[in-house]
Structure formats: C-alpha cells, structure tokens
Design a protein. Structure first.
Length: 139
C-alpha cells in the first residue's frame, strides 16, 4: 500500500496537483507529454506480466507448440522491446498505447504502456513506468 501511495504522490507532481487525477483521455495525454521527454530511449522494455492472450498458454491448458507459433505474430511478455513512440492519436480508456520494436525480429507492435516495464530496474524509466502502471490501474 505504501508503494501505491508513493506512486500517487509522484503522479500528482506530474500534474501539479495535490492528488493524482482520475485516469481519462485528457490526463493520459498530459501524462504522455511528461513521459516522452523523460524516457530513456536506450531502455530495454519487456512485459510486466503475461499479456492477456498468453494466460491460456501460461496458466491454462494451451498447447506449448501453438503458443510458440503465436508468439512470433503477437507480442509476448518474454519479448524485449525498444520504445518507438507513445501514441497520441490512439488512447485506450485507461491506458496509453506504446509503439515498440521487438528486438529479436524488428517487428513493430502496439502494446498498452501499463503492460510494460524496464528490463533493468535500476533506471529512472523503470520508476516512470511503474508509477504510470500503478496510476492507470488504481486511480
């Protein structure tokens, strides 16, 4: 709970307010404007946890071979990515969309920003993404 409170305080500072605002299109776009210039372009991204489509294969009865084939077409939480952009024209209800390049094959994919984290947690970008995800999920 202390981590959520600390994240909310940091998010409120982004907006220059006493409390983190509700997550909506306007606040997401303000957050985007803050995140982009602060983001370490060298940071290697990966999935925070398995993506929704993967649950059937990771935790359920899904076939391992089929899962490996699908991972070539779709983003997997085990992939490593480079951030290309955070899309301004495509904002989901409670998330920004990150356009990323998969490092293994160069494929460009769009993924909810709150689903991503930085592979090396010792960077400021890790904290930015962690705070963003905490805010997007909890506010």
């Amino acid at each position: 709970m202390a981590d959520i409170k600390a994240a909310r305080i940091r998010i409120a500072k982004v907006f220059g307010t006493d409390e983190a605002p509700e997550v909506d299109k306007k606040s997401l776009l303000i957050s985007r404007s803050y995140l982009l210039p602060c983001f370490d372009k060298e940071a290697v991204l990966t999935g925070r946890e398995d993506f929704l489509w993967e649950e059937f294969y990771v935790f359920g009865p899904g076939d391992r071979g089929e899962y490996e084939k699908l991972k070539k077409k779709q983003a997997s939480y085990t992939d490593e990515f480079e951030l290309l952009d955070i899309l301004e024209e495509n904002v989901e209800e409670r998330d920004l969309i990150a356009r990323v390049k998969r490092l293994s094959d160069g494929k460009t994919l769009d993924i909810g920003l709150s689903w991503l984290t930085v592979k090396t947690k010792k960077t400021g970008t890790y904290q930015l993404l962690d705070d963003f995800a905490t805010w997007a999920v909890n506010c």
